[in-house]
Design a protein around this ligand. Structure first.
Ligand SMILES: [Zn+2]
Length: 160
């Protein structure tokens, strides 16, 4: 039996000052938006800000519900909102950050599986890579060139 190796390479910035001005602005906007998340159950507030090809910025944060399964993640909220407000416009970059319930989380928090699938759908829909910027409350910042880098063996329409 043979093995295949799945691997990815991402950039890591140790401080926001290492980012270009657009990326830094998006990350700061995501941090602002996280403050307004509705997360009374998890106290884990996620903020997201994305930049579209038309240079519009769309924000989103997580919105929880007592019926947990209808909760929506912050990044998915931003993506669906962008798709509704600007249909047909590709996403260039999305920044995702958190205000964690456990204090100062210094590890970037990656999108959940569902959000990765949604980001990939947007990449295929518009035939472009979406850059992803991740940071926890503080600490390292991950810069990812495409969701494909962190979604190996992805599912898409070719299997349908
Ligand atoms: Zn998610």
């Amino acid at each position: 039996m043979k093995k295949i190796k799945l691997q990815a390479e991402i950039e890591v910035a140790s401080d926001i000052s290492e980012l270009n001005s657009t990326d830094a602005m998006l990350l700061l906007r995501a941090k602002e938006v996280a403050k307004d998340a509705y997360a009374p159950y998890s106290n884990f507030k996620v903020g997201s800000a994305l930049l579209l090809e038309n240079d519009k910025i769309v924000i989103g944060n997580n919105q929880e519900n007592a019926s947990f399964s209808v909760t929506i993640c912050g990044e998915r909220n931003a993506i669906f909102s962008a798709s509704a407000q600007y249909p047909g416009v590709a996403i260039k970059t999305i920044a995702i950050t958190v205000i964690s319930s456990k204090g100062n989380l210094e590890t970037p928090v990656p999108p959940c599986g569902s959000c990765r699938q949604v980001i990939y759908e947007m990449e295929t829909r518009h035939k472009n890579n979406i850059r992803i910027i991740l940071q926890g409350d503080s600490g390292d910042i991950y810069l990812i060139n495409s969701i494909k880098d962190i979604l190996p063996l992805l599912f898409d329409s070719r299997y349908l």
